[in-house]
Design a protein around this ligand. Structure first.
Ligand code: HSE
Length: 389
């Protein structure tokens, strides 16, 4: 029987504790048993059936040799960072859904885990309940990964779907995403693309084997997406999706996050609501796609508990996710060539143009962002999106 502690009894942490209860029978069959000994949180939960497990004192966990696995679902890079380091130094494996911590200090924490002969696993940090990191490092390990792109943030996909398919206002869609437990503590991280950026960093780090910092992955969110853009996109047979994209070419990784026009012929265009859909292209396998709930209490808990069971049964403990300190492998994503959809005030020479309120819309030939800037120099740009498909 493995004893674990759960740090942070919020949306995901409480989902983890409940999952271990709900699936106790099969978890016991598969692992010999997992029991939650402590829940660490600064808050009190007098009405929770798990109230007796709650402590405010992390050192109780740190100093208890019976606890071999710590689940960190606090989030952020403050206390979560401190408690993770202290857990690993105390010889305890750590499982987390905390993408900000992994994207910021992943290589350091993985090295610390290795030094102490324990694991640091974070399947839930990208794609919520979607199996992605482990399949990338196991099922696709015979391939050279050429590109990964997809919907990496459930909150913004939910908001875009509610706004543009169901006519719900931005504020209302965001409030519902918060109530459903999809969004970050500060939803700006979702809306402005920072959360997707952290996930793109994790994916790029996993593929390159070197830690990719957030400053190497330019990120743009959905706050600038206008209804007019969506209407133009629809006329062209496209939909607007916030995508994280990582292209691996010539020994460099080109990663960024931005809203894209996605052709309705692409599977990703049909990924709606809180769902995430991530396309992985390998040189041998071709195109694969991973799909499922990208946020929310129980889907995220599913991925966390799977990591806990992997450690409890010693499956690939300490070796599954690994990359080294930052090095110079990032290329400038502005060099990547795609078609662009642009709207400008006034007229430009182009093959396709429509006008509304003095605004012209164009689809360009394939070009880099730098080339686009040259084409558009002097024009008043209303919006510009890369196109997929
Ligand atoms: N806020 C995140 C999202 C949670 O909406 O995708 C899951 O990482």
């Amino acid at each position: 029987m493995k004893k674990i502690a759960v740090l942070g009894f919020g949306t995901v942490g409480s989902g983890v504790v409940e999952t271990i209860d709900i699936n106790a029978d099969v978890i016991t069959q598969r692992t010999g048993g997992i029991t939650v000994k402590y829940i660490v949180d600064v808050r009190d939960f007098p009405d929770s059936p798990y109230a007796a497990l709650v402590t405010k004192d992390f050192s109780v966990v740190e100093n208890d040799p019976e606890v071999s696995i710590v689940v960190e679902t606090i989030g952020g890079i403050g206390v979560a960072y401190d408690f993770t380091k202290r857990s690993l130094k105390a010889g305890k494996s750590v499982v987390t859904s905390n993408k900000e911590l992994v994207a910021t200090y992943g290589y350091e924490l993985m090295a610390l885990a290795k030094e102490n002969g324990v694991s640091y696993l974070f399947e839930a940090s990208v794609g919520g309940g979607v199996p992605l990191l482990r399949p990338l490092k196991t099922c696709l390990n015979g391939d050279v990964i050429k590109e990964i792109y997809g919907i990496l943030n459930g909150t913004t996909n939910y908001i875009l779907t509610q706004m543009f398919q169901n006519g719900v206002s931005f504020a209302e869609a965001l409030a519902t995403a918060q109530a459903l437990g999809y969004s970050e503590a500060d939803p700006t991280a979702d809306v402005e693309g920072h959360d997707a950026c952290r996930k793109a960093c994790i994916l790029t780090s996993l593929v390159t084997g070197t830690h990719i910092t957030q400053d190497k992955v330019p990120a743009k969110g959905i706050s600038g997406v206008a209804l007019e853009d969506v209407e133009y996109a629809a006329q062209l047979g496209y939909t607007i999706k916030l995508l994280g994209r990582c292209v691996f070419e010539g020994g460099k990784a080109y990663s960024y996050v931005a809203p894209h026009l996605v052709s309705r012929n692409e599977l990703v265009s049909g990924v709606n609501g809180v769902m995430n859909g991530i396309v992985v292209k390998g040189n041998i396998v071709g195109e694969t796609m991973f799909y499922g709930a990208g946020a929310g209490k129980m889907p995220t808990a599913s991925a966390v508990v799977a990591d806990v069971t992997a450690i409890a049964t010693n499956v690939r403990a300490g070796e599954c996710f690994e990359w080294s300190a930052p090095s110079d492998v990032s290329g400038d994503p502005a060099e990547l060539k795609t078609k662009w959809f642009v709207r400008v005030r006034g007229e430009l020479e182009a093959e396709l143009a429509g006008t509304a309120d003095g605004v012209s819309a164009y689809v360009t030939a394939e070009m880099s962002e730098k080339e686009l800037q040259t084409v558009l120099s002097g024009a008043e740009v209303v919006s510009a999106y890369r196109m997929i498909g």
